[in-house]
Design a protein around this ligand. Sequence first.
Ligand code: DLL
Length: 437
Amino acid sequence: MTDSKIWSREETFQREEFRSLQLERLQATVNRVYDKVPYYKNKLQEAGVEPGDIKTLEDIQKLPFTVKADFRDTYPFGLFASTRKEIVRFHASSGTTGKPTVVGYTRKDMDTWCELIARLVTMAGVTDEDTAQISFGYGLFTGAFGLHQGLERVGASVIPMSSGNTQKQIMVMQDFGTTTLISTPSYALHMAEVAWEMGIDPKKDLHLKWGLFGGEGSTEAMRRELNENWGLFATENYGMSELIGPGVSGECQALKGMHISEDHFLPEIIDPATGKVLGEGEVGELVITTITKEALPILRYRTKDITSLHYETCDCGRTTVRMSKIQGRSDDMLILGGVNVFPSQIEEVLLNIEGIGPHYQIKVFKKGYLDKIEVDVELIDANLLESFTLLESLNNKIKNQLRTVLGIDAKVNLVEPRALARFEGKAKRVIDMREEQ
Ligand code: DLL
């Protein structure tokens, strides 16, 4: 793997340079929300904090958290710190129920966003020689437009394909010579299947070099599958609408975690149960304060995403803090017979078992006071369905693995290839049937 270049000098700042810039920007952000967002002014006053109380970076802990409900309570624009005239773009998050979370950007925010994406695509290996096909859905979702502008900034040739229409995606990849695929990891897996059905081997017949995946989690086993199916080098990136969209963090080619652009985002890890701030390497909920946003500055946003932070300099030379893969969301965690598990841990176990594909679905039920799960898993080879003995032994193997690795008991249903739903955006792998019972 060739070493990619580093886009901005800030990515290699010394820790002290970061700290003084972060303090200055944190103070400016607290002043900004105090002056311009009445909702925040109230929240700060209730917490007994004045902007002048933020004298060191550690004083961030005096600030109250912001949570999703704050967006709901102020829907649509109540957290905005800029006037409508200053806003040049709206996006909204893909909530499944109720009102979406609306976010806005000023011209300067758009420029920052572009810069952040330029950093992450560069660290993944993309250059102005590349042709990037964006297979995220264009629209209110931040994924497509976010990646689009940053890729143009580095000079890549962008194909604004959007998601869906999968056969056409493959045709365009072949005819336009796409080298870079941008999508959710689950959609990329599905696209490879469609290519095979069309008689195209993505690895041999297409020219993919880079896959920049994000918007949802993926395990290392899923990464191997993506690399293998497409013949590309997969990196992952993370973000969320409330904070900016994609661009919060991304992996470099060393694959040692996702680099957070610390000159724009101040990360903390907390114990989700108590709110206590945890130390380097400890696993907990990611909390982020935006320190350069104009339209929508957010103090200590509780992302609900579970990860840890690592500060030592990366092999790529960047000094920015890295966050480990998201293990799950604090509200996704299942408690099965007293054992806490995230769906991503179940995925990791399944994808390491031979004979089953990367498509699965977890159904959660309530039995008495206990949660129980059933896992539907797709076979790779439909012929196995003919042999009861082989099927039974694979089924037992999966159950045993789930028991020995994770300590959980699950009912496993093996289903034929292509029996489970495919996704063009974010996958929905967990079906929660607890409320319906
Ligand atoms: O998903 C922004 C994004 C778009 C990031 C494209 C990367 C690429 P939302 O729709 O607001 O924004 O969803 C945010 O998605 O809190 C995580 O739970 C999840 N998520 C995003 N990226 C990852 C990732 C975009 N790499 C929510 N790993 C976040 C795990 C991810 N979860």
